[in-house]
Write a protein that binds this ligand. Structure first.
Ligand code: ZN
Length: 358
């Protein structure tokens, strides 16, 4: 069974022209609801604004994609070059992340319908993925019946089976202000921050763990002993154990240093994502690998250091792999996708669904 590449490209071009920067997804969700109703799917829009659709009570799997884009994502004017590259005029992103995933799902459902293949499926379209997986975290999981899912938010051939936990830390360090001529009356918050940061090994800790200190602010003037410093840092790991260990290490370094140097520290932590690593012998992984090979695409089974909706779906017990039909240079105004990649990624997912439903 073959997808209709021309219809797929046209649908993608239409989708990128519906503005949907994170937080402004109403129009595209309404559009998708209309399209899904035409495909005999019943639709629910949950209280977060996500669209959940199904054509039966026993879905083989769910297909998911996020409908929001990063900025600048308004008034996108897609251009198709003679050699089959889809890009923009350079004033906006393209939105291939993740409208390719959305277009792939629509094309798969259209192809199945016109071939009279009554495969039961679920489609999950999430909002606000780019701003911290807000949509998927707010999904109405009572509405979702699938035990497994393919999250279409990567490149053709990608089979992402592991993503890290992510802890975001907001650190406030308090010293005591004084005139620079009387440093003995003050406690320098910048010195405390520098000393604490020095005690921690940042960067790649091991193959599944990274630590980063990304933002630092503090001080008022050259001739004032600074009273306060704020720091934004994060801890990521695909291992529960290493995640906890490194998180505790960061907290301890700040707390002990502040205490030793006569200051105070306040740390706010927010867990952004929960880790998962699927085994490579899971049926879904192997089916997808085979579908890649049948389409002449080298499967790339991998673990990544970033977060997607698959983090949330896996945390909720839905075995989810991230794959897709995305392009390159996403989150920039150079973003592009080839017609070939879009069609290939879509065909691979359709083939995997056909294998799974046998
Ligand atoms: Zn994405």
């Amino acid at each position: 069974m073959k997808i209709n590449s021309e219809r797929l490209i046209n649908s993608f071009i239409k989708l990128v022209q519906i503005d949907s920067e994170s937080g402004g997804e109403k129009e595209i969700i309404e559009y998708l609801k209309g399209e899904l109703n035409n495909l005999n799917f019943s639709c629910t829009i949950d209280q977060t604004g996500n669209l959940i659709a199904s054509n039966g009570n026993k879905p083989v799997l769910a297909l998911s994609a996020h409908v929001d884009t990063v900025k600048p994502g308004k008034n996108i004017k897609p251009i198709i070059t003679d050699d089959g590259l889809i890009k923009t005029d350079g004033s906006t992103i393209l939105g291939a992340d993740d409208k390719t995933g959305v277009a792939s799902i629509l094309e798969i459902l259209r192809t199945l319908k016109e071939n009279d293949q009554p495969i039961q499926l679920e489609a999950i379209f999430t909002v606000q993925e780019e701003t911290g997986l807000i949509g998927s975290k707010g999904l109405d999981f009572k509405e979702i019946k699938s035990k497994q899912a393919l999250n279409l938010d990567a490149e053709p051939g990608d089979i992402i089976i592991g993503e890290p936990a992510n802890m975001q830390l907001d650190v406030e360090i308090f010293g005591k202000t004084a005139h620079a001529m009387h440093p003995e009356k003050g406690v320098n918050a910048i010195e405390i921050a520098a000393s604490a940061i020095q005690k921690i090994k940042w960067g790649m800790i091991d193959e599944e763990t990274t630590l980063n200190v990304g933002v630092i602010n503090g001080g008022l003037a050259r001739n004032i002993v600074p009273e306060k410093v704020t720091i934004e840092a994060e801890v990521r790991s695909r291992s529960h154990e290493k995640f906890d260990l490194n998180y505790q290490k960061v907290i301890k370094a700040f707390e002990e240093t502040a205490k030793d140097m006569g200051g105070k520290v306040k740390i706010k932590s927010h867990q952004e994502a929960w880790p998962f690593v699927l085994k490579t012998d899971v049926q879904l992984v192997q089916t997808l690998e085979n579908a890649c090979k049948r389409n002449g695409v080298k499967p790339d089974v991998k673990l990544i250091g970033g977060n997607t909706d698959a983090n949330v779906l896996n945390a909720k017990g839905i075995k989810t792999i991230t794959t897709g039909s995305c392009g390159i240079d996403y989150h920039t105004t150079r973003e592009s996708v080839t017609k070939k990649a879009l069609a290939e990624g879509t065909q691979i997912v359709l083939d995997a669904i056909l294998s799974l439903s046998k």
